[in-house]
Ligand binder design. Structure first.
Ligand code: URA
Length: 209
């Protein structure tokens, strides 16, 4: 797929998502926060769901967590326009509660399509929520992080959610930097370290169950 095709397909998907009423989260949202960044990114981040600032601006990770994410990217020699950022759910859960099973189920088709279209070498899952969803694990982020997990022809690199780093300070920030460094190494080595996975099909939605 050419870069133009990929960008066009993402725009189309975003348009569809912008009118989405598949779950109750649409009732109280200001904006659908579809995702943002480089359609050809080798590194993709997946957070949990939009907060208040994201809901107001229609962009992921624009609040304090987002500022920290930008700083972390700089520390590993990357910038936001180079990466792609999305969330598990595209509409803000009221009061920032955790997204519910049915809300995730309604929304996950968008995320699967985003991963297929962007086709990154590494997916960094930010926090427990997206890590557990993609890797189908109940193991907490503290034990999951620090490693890369082969996942459908690419790697998932779990790390803390930036909000955890804001709460817990420099030790968590340093561990996140180390996880991002791991992701950048994977990107640099993509052709040699990633086993060719099965082609990514719409059925991959099942992966998230
Ligand atoms: N937290 C998330 O998980 N996603 C955002 O977009 C913002 C904060």
């Amino acid at each position: 797929m050419t870069s133009e095709d990929r960008a066009a397909a993402l725009r189309l998907l975003q348009k569809e998502a912008s009118e989405c009423t598949r779950c109750r989260l649409h009732e109280r949202r200001t904006t659908v926060v579809f995702g943002d960044g480089n359609p050809d990114a080798e590194l993709m981040f997946i957070g949990e769901g939009p907060g208040q600032h994201e809901d107001e601006q229609g962009l992921p990770f624009v609040g304090r967590s987002g500022q920290l994410l930008s700083t972390l990217l700089e520390r590993v020699g990357l910038s936001r326009p180079e990466v792609y950022i999305a969330n598990v759910v595209k509409c803000r859960p009221p009061g920032n509660r955790d997204p519910r099973e049915d809300e995730i189920a309604s929304c996950k088709g968008y995320l699967v399509e985003q991963i297929k279209l962007v086709d990154p070498a590494a997916v960094v899952t930010l926090g427990n929520f997206s890590t557990k969803l993609l890797l189908k694990t109940q193991v907490g982020i503290t034990r999951m992080r620090g490693q890369a997990y082969p996942w459908w022809g690419r790697h998932v690199v779990p790390t803390f959610h930036p909000a955890a780093a804001l709460r817990n300070g420099p030790r968590v920030v340093d561990e996140m930097v180390s996880d991002l460094q791991l992701a950048t190494r994977i990107i640099a080595e993509r052709p040699s370290v990633v086993e060719p996975g099965p082609p990514v099909q719409p059925e991959q939605i099942e992966l998230f169950k």
